[in-house]
Design a binder for this molecule. Sequence first.
Ligand SMILES: [Zn+2]
Length: 446
Amino acid sequence: MAESPYWNPRYETLPRADLERLQLYKLQRMARWAWERSPFMRRRFEQAGFHPDQLRTLDDRRRIPFLTKQEWMDEQARRPLFGELLANAPEHAIAYHTTSGTSGRTPLRVLDSPRDWNWISEMWAYGFWGFGVRPADIVYLAFGYGTFIGFWGAHYCCQKIGALTIASGGMTSEGRVKQLVELGATTVCLTPTYALRLLQVARELGIDLARDSRVDKLVLSGEPGANIPAVRRLIEEGWGARCSDMAGMTEIGTIMIFQCRDSADSTHIIEDHFLEEVINPQTGEPVGYGEVGERVVTSFGRAFIPLLRYRSGDLVVRVPHTDCRCGRTFDLYKGGIIGRVDDMKVIRGTNVFPSAVEAIVREHAEIDEFQIVLTREEGIRDEITVVCELRPDCEHLWPEVQPRLAKALADGHENLRFNVERAARGQLPRFELKARRLVDRREYVR
Ligand SMILES: [Zn+2]
């Protein structure tokens, strides 16, 4: 019998009407569980005038109040360690994990039951199997193995599939490069930034990862990058491997979207385990296929901390499942997660996302570094300017690059006019990890 391309053939190809019936059933069950078991959730439901019995159709989900990260953090601070979020007694937990907490603030704290963990690895398995990871693969997990959730679920998913896992916690980048080559890893899990970093480290060691390693698959997660075409090209060429973009969040402990083998730039939503909505972040109203909006997630799998209608802050563009030819009936996010709501800027009525601008700029190989500058002219008119530094060998091409970039930016933003200016060599800041290329000089008078 031919091997299935799907981890869960029945559910991944379920007709949409059946899928929606399944989602309604799971939503009713999860809402009741939250109501009965989590005092925090019940209090919020009551304040919003919502009762689980009101869920008769999938549209009734809109009666459930949105949950924000701020509410969760406030509740955690009110009653450390976990607030009254838990739907189970802490002694039933088997794992503790947190957000990465990069900003130095208190991290979001999460507990998991055995059932949660089984489900977490199951979600990763949809993605890993769909990307082509098989029992014969040797999977190298390049992350810290600390309390940050990271690739923990991916680790257990590989063991579930039957692939060999290599845990590289506590190792240096040099050590990791040498080890993954020596042990013949075929698949590597890491962030896009770290994929670029390891390429650099390998070069310094005289190792060409495309030639000297057996790696043919990279699972990229944790930040955007795999969905930025130019970044993806750099990684794929350097490693001589294909990338799959998989995105998750600490609040659910696992991934909710993955890129299958047939899709060039989009990620399937695991719809039999998540109810994903896309809303206008300002009004909270749903937006349609093809429109940018904020993801709102309801997870059917996590039981210890039930998550219903959680505002993710991620910006996405949802498109129908028919956009991919793999046969899955799960809808897609075009280009994965394209940015954060906090990053969105409104220029003369048009929404501008720095990540979308970057994607366009990166298509112009002559540009070495850039900066987006927002200004307010004569106190009323907002202007957006992209300041570019050219590669030394391309400086003479500016008269041709300038209009080409200006047109590409306008085409990508409902004909919004962008100013494109040139910076002197070395004038713009360079970044190691998280780049800050947007400067907002507008004065806000309200
Ligand atoms: Zn597909």
